[in-house]
Design a protein around this ligand. Structure first.
Ligand code: FMN
Length: 322
């Protein structure tokens, strides 16, 4: 795929390889490392607009971008290469979130219109917005009034056979959004199955703002196929970036001498600093199946790693296998 910047109005994203929002994965540690490996833009995991409004505990951590760290560290890049993703069903709270202190470090705010989980869906939030284009339109236009650059992440619909991406992309553009990401699956499919290339392509043709394609990109070939089948302006990597943190460098041509072991050691060190050891170990467990997959003796290592209770135990095992 051709690497290029994404330009929309006053906002320029340095390149068109984006790292998706992923709850429980795309924290400050993972995002920072992916930025250092070439990501044009990363996203926080989804954050509740109402939660921000009522100052819910924990949201500050989700939105941390290294603002207190010295400029000369790699973390300085986080500030302009991280978008905040918010979710909600109410335009008032969504705009208030955009205007809140919590989001003051973010130029770009992404609106989640794709989350399939029942807890979110039943409140009319996330992918439920795909069934109510007027409400979605009100949310985008109110958020735009905050002065932030607003983007939206949508799916192709709710149930198999749906094809709403083009209508939603058009709606978002008309309401003032600067970019749309289309996850080429319906809610019902969650994260499985081949993406609907035709629906992404239709969305791309429907608008002038950049359209980013997402779904099932695990290799350079997958990214090339995605672009050639959809004509999208860029790609968003999700599970593919966890399975291979260097995919972003392979796609952007960024040269690096980082190894998977060094990546993981840095990640663990930042996580420990942010969360304390106990929580860092617990959070890190989710990454283990991805990182040890394909390594010799991966099954027994996975079992051992899952039982670790300290960072030093994890490091010792990883040093043996990575
Ligand atoms: C564990 C997990 C957490 C996710 N969290 C979010 C989220 O917070 N916000 C969002 O818009 N999408 C979220 N997604 C969806 C991804 O951003 C992406 O759209 C999806 O995984 C499809 O891409 P892939 O097939 O390349 O993984 C999540 C996906 C996974 C697997």
């Amino acid at each position: 795929m051709e690497v290029k910047s994404l330009v929309s109005g006053r906002t320029t994203v340095e390149n068109n390889v984006l790292i998706a929002p992923m709850a429980g994965y795309t924290d400050f540690a993972f995002r920072s490392l992916e930025i250092s490996l070439g990501a044009g833009l990363t996203f926080t995991e989804l954050v509740s607009a109402k939660g921000l409004f009522y100052g819910a505990k924990g949201t500050r951590e989700l939105l941390y971008t290294g603002e207190d760290l010295p400029d000369e560290t790699i973390y300085a890049e986080n500030r302009n290469k991280t978008a905040a993703q918010i979710f909600g069903a109410d335009a008032y709270y969504m705009r208030a979130a955009c205007e809140s202190e919590y989001l003051k470090n973010f130029e770009i705010v992404d609106i989640n219109m794709g989350c399939p989980v029942p807890k979110v869906f039943k409140n009319g939030e996330g992918s439920a917005l795909l069934a109510d284009i007027n409400r979605a339109e009100r949310i985008v236009s109110e958020c735009v009034k905050s002065g932030k650059t607003i983007t939206a992440k949508i799916r192709t619909g709710l149930i198999r056979g749906d094809d709403v991406a083009a209508d939603f992309a058009k709606m978002a553009e008309n309401a003032g959004a600067a970019m749309v990401t289309v996850h080429g699956r319906v809610r019902e499919a969650y994260y499985s199955g081949e993406p609907d290339f035709a629906a992404i392509e239709k969305a791309k043709r429907a608008v002038k703002i950049p359209v980013v394609a997402n779904g099932g990109i695990f290799t350079v070939k997958d990214a090339d196929d995605m672009i050639s089948k959809t004509g999208a302006d860029g790609v968003m990597l999700a599970r593919g970036a966890v399975a291979n943190p260097f995919l972003v460098a392979e796609l952007t041509g960024k040269t690096t001498d980082m190894t998977l072991l060094r990546f993981v050691l840095s990640q663990l060190s930042v996580m420990t600093e942010r969360y304390g050891e106990k929580r860092a170990v617990a959070e890190f467990r989710k990454f283990v199946p991805y990182y040890v997959k394909g390594e010799e003796g991966s099954k027994s290592c996975r079992v051992k790693l899952m039982k670790c209770e300290s960072v030093s135990e994890i490091v010792d095992i990883l040093k043996e296998i990575l």
